[in-house]
Design a protein around this ligand. Structure first.
Ligand code: AMP
Ligand code: ZN
Ligand code: FE
Ligand code: FE
Length: 275
């Protein structure tokens, strides 16, 4: 079993890349992809650990790019992203700065609403310097404004809530092209969370190469629909848990969702034929 969707402290996960690899070993996963939001920062540490300890686990480098498409949040997974030219890191560097400014704006917006969290506190939640809304949610919980991360989103910072500040401009189309331009495979993350099915077809037209069919929040009906869609459009099928570590808003367990070794073979063959 491979879990192809996992977060670490490099973005908004709770465990470090090394801790995630150790946990994956303990769960007896054959392979794991680390797919932090908008950063490659955890990959080197994980890769070095696997190599130096001569672990058997198959480590796949990845990333999850958070983009917007109208009112829908669309996440694009990139696998085997290699950044030889620096094009990807450059764009991710810009995004990191934009995230920092956006987090400051959210904190000011909350301040205007009479909700006082310290920006320094938010920065501490993000042990690496990539700040996302989940870090703000954790700061809100620490200050007693919410009892859990989900409540912090629901009350303050989800789209449409008073503390919401839109993200910088980053479209699914740009993210797909960016992943492919650095030799990666572009996969649509959790398509079942996209409200408008027409958008999925548009994302397929933009050149997505796979669909994350197996995802904890997908119902059996959604899985069947997505499987059919993948077959009709000749797309790869992937799956993953979206593990963030215990305590995070997303409580799925590492390895609770994924794809078997057979499917990973197709995935790897696709990659080898492509490059
Ligand atoms: P950001 O990229 O900083 O806008 O944060 C996006 C992340 O926040 C997503 O990857 C989710 O993990 C989380 N998130 C977004 N919307 C919600 C929501 N309504 N409830 C809980 N978590 C959410
Ligand atoms: Zn996350
Ligand atoms: Fe996601
Ligand atoms: Fe994720």
């Amino acid at each position: 079993m491979y879990d192809l969707h996992v977060h670490t402290t490099a973005s908004d996960g709770v465990l470090s890349p090394i801790e995630v690899i150790c946990l994956a070993e303990n769960c007896r996963l054959t392979g794991i992809a680390i797919t932090d939001h908008d950063t490659l920062d955890g990959l080197e540490q994980a890769r070095r650990y696997v190599t130096s300890k001569k672990l058997r686990i198959d480590f796949i480098p990845g990333v999850e790019l958070n983009t917007d498409y109208g009112n829908d949040e669309v996440h694009i997974l990139g696998y085997y992203v290699e950044d030889k030219t620096g094009a990807l890191s450059n764009r991710l560097g810009e995004i990191k700065s934009e995230r920092y400014l956006r987090a400051q704006r959210i904190v000011s917006r909350l301040e205007e609403l009479g909700i006082h969290i310290d920006f320094e506190d938010v920065k501490r939640m993000a042990s690496d310097d990539l700040i996302g809304r989940p870090h703000i949610a954790r700061a809100l919980c620490n200050q007693g404004y919410a009892s859990c991360e989900q409540e912090a989103f629901d009350l303050y910072i989800a789209r449409g809530k008073p503390g919401y500040v839109p993200r910088y401009k980053f479209t699914p189309e740009e993210a797909i092209n960016l992943v492919k331009s650095v030799g990666g495979i572009a996969v649509l993350a959790h398509p079942g969370l996209i409200q408008d099915p027409a958008k999925i077809h548009q994302i397929i037209d933009w050149g997505i190469e796979g669909l994350e069919v197996y995802y904890p929040e997908h119902t059996q009906t959604q899985r069947n629909q997505l499987l059919r869609l993948a077959l009709e459009n000749n797309l790869l099928i992937t799956g993953g848990s979206d593990f963030h570590g215990t305590g995070a808003a997303n409580r799925s367990k590492l390895g609770c969702c994924g794809i078997d070794d057979q499917h990973v073979r197709l995935f790897k063959e696709f990659y080898q034929h492509k490059y």
